[in-house]
Write a protein that binds this ligand. Structure first.
Ligand code: BTN
Length: 271
């Protein structure tokens, strides 16, 4: 990726206007947090060609070899820490819309913040924050997009569940263009959030997700449950109705979609 090429066509006012570009870092989130503590302004971005200790949710490793888009932006919204998930949601909407508009692909959001194409993960978002006196000091939103990544570079056990933009569009994607488009939408949705609140964004998130209304399995802290995803509440939690009618609420967890289950056995019903 070329720094000048990112800057050249960038049309934002503040998002990505201050760019800290590196060939290789531990994690762009770490550097962005460091810069944020030193006072960088809203929209400052750290981007790297490679991460040696890329992090995912729940302390997982995030494979970040050359060819991907690995970046973090610093935001300073005047909201309480319990609302920070809203930034993850608006980022997910921005990524999905970028993929849809640039490549006409049916990208979707899987709660809480995975972006899938054809049920395979193409992007993850990791939001981390610093607070003081129960107010957000800064939030770092880290976005990892498997852009021009060769699927054979993933460990074998992940291969059926991940994809890359190049794999889906069958050609090399221009990362600088993708980033410009995404930063534009990110700024637009962030401004919308600050000025109009979260409702419109949540409604849009709902139209772009692939979980609500479906039969799912949730693996949460110490349990696994199956049921129907019925809603997302005002705290971003997933509401699930279990088979016995009980309603459960999850704030963390991994969802798998039970898309391959037939509703009934056609052979027996025909007899
Ligand atoms: C997930 O799906 O678990 C979240 C993955 C987030 C990865 C991005 S890549 C840029 C930023 N730096 C990190 O170390 N993680 C995030």
């Amino acid at each position: 990726m070329k720094l000048e090429r990112i800057r050249d066509g960038l049309k934002t006012d503040f998002m990505g206007r201050e760019i800290h570009y590196f060939k290789r870092v531990t994690s762009t989130n770490d550097l962005a947090k460091e810069l944020a503590s030193k006072g960088v302004g809203e929209g400052a971005m750290v981007i790297a060609e490679e991460q040696t200790s890329g992090r995912g949710r729940q302390g997982r490793r995030w494979i970040s070899s050359k060819g991907g888009i690995w970046f973090s932006v610093v935001l300073r919204p005047k909201i309480s820490p319990r609302e920070a998930y809203k930034l993850t949601f608006l980022t997910a909407v921005s990524v999905v819309k970028t993929i849809r508009e640039m490549f006409r692909l049916d990208a979707r959001i899987k709660w809480p913040n995975d972006i899938l194409i054809n049920y395979k993960k193409v992007c993850g978002i990791l939001t981390e924050m610093n607070t003081s006196n129960n107010l957000i000091d800064f939030v770092v939103v880290g976005v990892g997009i498997n852009a021009n990544i060769d699927l054979t570079s993933f460990p074998e056990q992940l291969r059926g569940t991940v994809t890359s933009l190049r794999e889906e569009v069958k050609r090399e994607v221009i990362c600088e263009e993708f980033l410009q488009f995404l930063l534009g939408l990110l700024e637009q949705y962030y401004n919308m959030f600050v000025m109009e609140g979260f409702c419109v964004i949540l409604e849009e998130w709902k139209t772009l997700n692939c979980v609500l209304g479906g039969d799912i399995e949730v693996i949460s802290l110490d349990e696994t449950v199956q049921g129907r995803a019925v809603d997302i509440d005002r705290d971003g939690a997933l509401i699930v109705r279990l088979g016995n009618g009980t309603i459960r609420r999850f704030v963390v967890g991994d969802v798998s979609l039970r898309k391959f289950e037939p509703f009934f056995d056609l052979d027996t019903s025909a007899r």
